[in-house]
Ligand binder design. Structure first.
Ligand code: GAR
Length: 208
């Protein structure tokens, strides 16, 4: 059984896709042991509660400095003893200690086709604003392993999505979520649970 901790900051639609994927059997042999959130007002915490999953909030506002906040965040994850950490719309830079301890066991969903529109400052709606300003005709989403860089880890899966001429950042965000994010994130978790993801020379290979 793959035990996962899901880290969230916002509405939690990707968390919901994982919850539904497990319930409907699209994700086998996996259990969400805890949801960790940095934002007390996040809808994601409500979704966890509704699904009977323990939600733990670690807000930077409750700590004197960054160091103490990060230590609390690391504790909240480690206490749950996960096999895999899933960043599902988690808008906090992951503490280095966590990345080291969980090397190749942290994955992130990003709402663009990396290496486009990623890195520092590219998160949430901003990614789609940038894609529209650049005038790309195709965008999408990427699931990747998390390393010390910002959106630089090995890519596990990507899915392309068409940009429409009349898109706004919000309509594009929604289409990328529906057509790509909610599909590939559960899919990748299932592949990892099935032991079908291998890393070779910094590249991901899907086996089986
Ligand atoms: C998602 O679009 C996710 O890809 C993005 O935040 C949104 C969270 O939505 N993540 C990033 O931008 C990470 N750089 P959700 O809370 O409804 O899942």
């Amino acid at each position: 059984m793959l035990k996962i901790v899901v880290c969230v900051s916002g509405g939690g639609t990707n968390l919901q896709a994982i919850i539904d994927g497990i319930a409907q059997g699209a994700i086998y042999n996996t259990k969400i042991v805890r949801v960790v959130c940095n934002n007390p007002g996040a809808g994601a915490l409500e979704r966890a509660k509704a699904a009977g999953i323990e939600g733990v909030c670690v807000s930077p506002k409750d700590y004197e400095d960054r160091e103490r906040f990060e230590a609390a965040l690391v504790r909240a994850v480690e206490e749950a003893d996960p096999d895999l950490i899933v960043l599902a719309g988690f808008l906090v830079k992951v503490p280095a200690a966590l990345i080291k301890h969980y090397e190749n066991r942290i994955i992130n969903i990003h709402p663009s086709l990396i290496p486009a529109f990623c890195g520092t400052g590219y998160y949430g709606l901003r990614v789609h604003e940038a894609a529209l300003s650049r005038g790309v005709k195709i965008t999408g989403a990427t699931v990747h392993f998390v390393d010390e860089g910002m959106d630089t880890g090995p890519i596990i899966m990507q899915k392309a999505v068409e940009v429409h001429e009349d898109d706004t950042p919000k309509t594009l965000q929604r289409r990328v979520m529906e057509e790509a994010e909610w599909v590939i994130l559960p899919w990748c978790i299932n592949l990892i649970a099935a032991g079908q993801i291998k890393l070779e020379n910094g590249r991901v290979i899907v086996t089986g």
